[in-house]
Design a protein around this ligand. Structure first.
Ligand SMILES: Nc1ncnc2c1ncn2[C@@H]1O[C@H](COP(=O)(O)OP(=O)(O)O)[C@@H](O)[C@H]1O
Ligand SMILES: [Mg+2]
Length: 244
């Protein structure tokens, strides 16, 4: 299974979706962040032809990979995909996260339109409704984007492919651990807090307890979102993705 996570917008959750939703649920999955290619000088990076060639070669050499395409690279990448005819076929699917803000919904529609233009079939596209507010229904929150989907006859929205707003994604960054590791942490922090002497130690342990609880709480939602994506129904999914 080879997936690209893509959107013209930054801050829609591409990196979050790649690392926490997709990669942990695909056996032996590599994550490639296109924005990190030669990004060590701190300048925004665009993929050049040679790097794109390397990316394509890498894609041929692995079975399961998620490519997280940073927003500054998307247009360049799509241009290169047009030049390297049929290279979009290297991907089984294109995962497009989106968030409620109107500007991001418009950018998401533009991303879907561009993918259609380079020849990606609608069946290869999946939206992920990210940072959803539990109180408001998807059809209201994402009205702009859903109207585009209905009128373009392209991607079929799967309303259950959603991730709620959850502070765990920000917290997990500071820990250097994965959500699965944090959820599997068996430490009894309540007992440790009771044993700790200094208040600062108690507070540090209370922070760990909060992360452990949030991590355990979010895993079922990630599992449900992943199932709702129905990646086994991608055109090449049956071979690429053994049934769970
Ligand atoms: N469902 C969510 N709930 C809360 N925060 C989120 C969620 N998804 C992403 N974030 C946060 O939003 C910010 C942008 O997400 P990120 O995955 O880095 O987006 P992108 O890669 O598209 O720029 C990050 O700080 C991330 O932790
Ligand atoms: Mg990112």
């Amino acid at each position: 299974m080879k997936l690209a996570v893509i959107n013209f917008s930054g801050n829609v959750g591409k990196t979050t979706v790649a690392r926490h939703l997709l990669a942990p649920r695909i056996p032996g999955c590599h994550v490639v962040a296109v924005e990190s290619i030669n990004a060590d000088d701190g300048q925004p990076v665009t993929i050049r032809g040679r790097q794109f060639a390397q990316l394509q070669e890498f894609l041929q050499s692995v079975d399961n990979v998620v490519v997280d395409i940073g927003a500054s690279n998307v247009e360049e990448l799509l241009k290169l995909m047009r030049r390297y005819r049929d290279s979009e076929e290297d991907f089984d699917g294109f995962i497009v996260p989106t968030v409620p803000a109107r500007k991001q919904q418009q950018d998401t529609a533009a991303t879907l339109a561009e993918l259609a233009r380079i020849g990606v079939a609608p069946e290869k596209l999946r939206l992920v409704f990210n940072q959803v507010d539990d109180e408001s229904p998807i059809d209201r929150t994402f009205e702009t984007l859903l109207a585009y989907c209905a009128s373009s006859g392209g991607v079929q929205p799967r309303p259950a492919a959603l991730l709620s707003f959850n502070e765990v994604y920000a917290l997990v960054r500071g820990t250097g651990q994965s959500l699965a590791e944090l959820a599997a942490d068996r430490t009894d922090y309540k007992a440790e807090i009771a044993r700790a002497g200094a208040q600062s130690d108690k507070l540090a342990l209370a922070h760990r307890l909060a992360i452990q609880r949030l991590a355990r709480g979010v895993i079922p939602e990630l599992d449900a979102c992943f199932a709702a994506l129905e990646l086994q129904r991608l055109p090449s999914g049956e071979q690429a993705m053994p049934a769970a």
